[in-house]
Design a protein around this ligand. Structure first.
Ligand code: HXC
Length: 515
């Protein structure tokens, strides 16, 4: 008996949709080990769990012979599935169909997937590989991407949104990823820019390669637009799976707790000798972090950008925690504009998604310099300050060595609602370092009668008065002075006590962060 006509038709249509842009374009897509849009989704989700919707959607454009170029799915695959057993929604642009361009019809599919993610309270992941808005559609294509920008904005702070840039991401289309929480790029394969090299050459006569302009290295190291640098499709998708393991499903849930096999009471005796006694000697703060978090595992975010501030996720006794730390080995850990913006954005993410923040402070202050002032260090430093002040999640701070001046106030101090503030016995909390302070306080005496003995005596006096954590502890600005070896247990114990913390800011439409 021959198969019913309707079933045959269904199978034929399905086959055509699964064929994407055809063999030739798929072969071109797969050069340099790139995966197709479908393969990417299969890799991203737990095996066999991805459920597609909108497979037969086509565009509705008739201009420029577009009726002949209507392919089922219209260059984007949308749907939901499970990642490490937890539901997530996603879309993947298919570059083999009209260069993965965003049309009115396919952006409606993406918006629908984002609506579902919001309603079901799940993360939303975009796999981008696109020439941008579909040129043939004119304003209809633009309306599609603009609708998506609005949805991304409304979803911000409600569900985690992650963007992978797996090929080109050109024009205004790059604003959808830019509105999401994290951007992952692939070295040599992904490019993001508002205007490409040819337009730049025509307008400004500048010659620039697309790699220099919008490659993964550029956006990870220089612009700070991207958060992660990977090297192929598989690494990019595996990283997203791992990132999600630190995040809650939405803003009213907590992050999943992982079974912890690392003893919470483990003391790290090597830490007692880890920080050099000489204040001017650098050390790698990441090594300190690794010595105290579960299994020594630190998942760093924006590793390549503004390295004087380290941010990322780790677990304490199985609980996901946001880490922010000055890095004494880069610019002596001073805060500059880039580091301030990097930290502020991360704090706001953690606060929006109920992830406690642990701050490791070793900061000589804000970076002095004409360029910093002209770049707006006042405004950018205020961003970091605003973000810390505003955050209501548990905030724990550990001063490992220096905490000077405004940077002391900013780095999760007690004054801006730090919940538990610890310091090591050698910590120095002061307005500034002894050399600078003595030069200012005794400026007149030093110019008139500047003997070395006088200066040394004043330096010693200053150090004895301020170069310790006890004055701050006497005033209650430091809750506890701890031995470095006990750091892990002290932090875990504080985090456990703060699990039930509830704090609210005054009702308002929104604050006016110094953007
Ligand atoms: C329609 C597009 C397209 C687009 C690419 N294609 N981009 N079709 N709309 N935006 C089609 C090409 O015509 C081609 O079709 C196929 O996709 C593959 O493109 P190629 O150019 O052959 O590929 P490649 O050499 O790899 O170059 C990829 C590319 C380039 C760098 C992305 O195509 C490019 O520069 N595209 C335009 C990028 C851009 O300026 N976008 C801005 C759009 S306006 P065939 O049939 O030949 O295979 C925009 C504004 C949004 O985004 C504003 C919102 C605020």
């Amino acid at each position: 008996m021959s198969e019913r006509q309707g079933y045959q038709d269904f199978k034929r249509r399905n086959k055509a949709a699964l064929a994407g842009g055809g063999k030739e374009r798929i072969a071109r897509q797969c050069r340099d080990d790139r995966l197709t849009a479908r393969q990417r989704l299969e890799f991203l989700f737990d095996e066999g769990t991805f459920q597609e919707f909108g497979r037969f959607v086509t565009h509705r454009c008739h201009d420029f012979d577009m009726s002949e170029k209507a392919v089922a799915g219209d260059a984007v695959i949308t749907g939901s599935g499970y990642i490490n057993g937890r539901l997530a929604h996603a879309y993947a642009l298919d570059f083999t169909i009209l260069g993965g361009s965003f049309s009115e019809a396919n952006t409606a599919k993406v918006c629908q997937a984002l609506d579902s993610a919001m309603q079901q309270g799940t993360p939303f992941i975009g796999l981008n590989d696109s020439g941008g808005s579909r040129i043939q559609e004119g304003v209809d294509g633009l309306s599609g991407v603009a609708n998506l920008f609005l949805k991304n904005t409304m979803a911000s702070g409600v569900i985690p949104q992650i963007s992978a840039i797996m090929g080109p991401c050109a024009g205004g289309a790059s604003y959808s990823p830019a509105l999401t929480d994290f951007i992952v790029m692939i070295d040599g394969k992904s490019h993001m820019f508002i205007t490409g090299p040819e337009v730049i050459k025509a307008v400004t006569h500048e010659e620039v390669t697309k790699e220099e302009l919008g490659g993964a290295i550029t956006h990870n190291q220089q612009s700070g637009v991207a958060h992660f640098l990977t090297h192929d499709d598989q690494e990019c998708l595996a990283l997203i799976r791992e990132l999600l393991s630190f995040l809650p499903q939405n803003n009213v849930e907590d992050s999943p707790r992982k079974k912890c096999l690392d003893d919470p009471r483990r003391s790290a005796t090597s830490l007692n000798e880890f920080i050099p006694e000489d204040q001017k000697q650098a050390y790698d703060m990441r090594e300190l972090i690794k010595k105290v978090v579960d299994d020594g595992y630190f998942f760093e975010v924006q590793e390549e950008y503004a390295q004087n501030l380290v941010i990322g996720f780790a677990r304490f006794n199985g609980s996901s925690t946001g880490i922010i730390a000055n890095q004494p080995s880069i610019l002596a850990g001073a805060l500059d504009s880039n580091a301030s913006r990097k930290g502020a954005r991360f704090i706001r993410f953690c606060d929006a998604f109920n992830i406690p923040i642990v701050t490791f402070t070793d900061v000589p202050g804000f970076l002095p310099g004409k360029q910093q002032e002209l770049d707006g260090i006042i405004r950018d430093g205020a961003k970091l300050l605003f973000a810390y002040c505003e955050a209501t999640v548990p905030k724990i701070c550990l001063i490992t060595r220096k905490a000077y001046g405004g940077a002391y106030c900013v780095m999760s101090s007690k004054h801006i609602r730090g919940d538990y503030n610890f310091a090591y016995p050698d910590a120095e909390i002061a307005v500034m370092g002894s050399e600078g302070a003595v030069n200012i306080i005794y400026h007149r005496e030093l110019t008139e009668n500047g003997s070395t003995a006088f200066k040394d005596q004043k330096l010693a006096e200053y150090q004895e008065t301020f170069s310790n954590p006890y004055i701050a502890a006497k005033r209650g600005y430091i809750d506890e002075i701890i031995m470095p070896a006990d750091t892990r247990f002290k932090l875990i114990s504080a985090l456990e006590r703060l699990r039930s913390k509830k704090q609210k800011n005054p009702p308002k439409k929104h604050g006016n962060m110094p953007l």
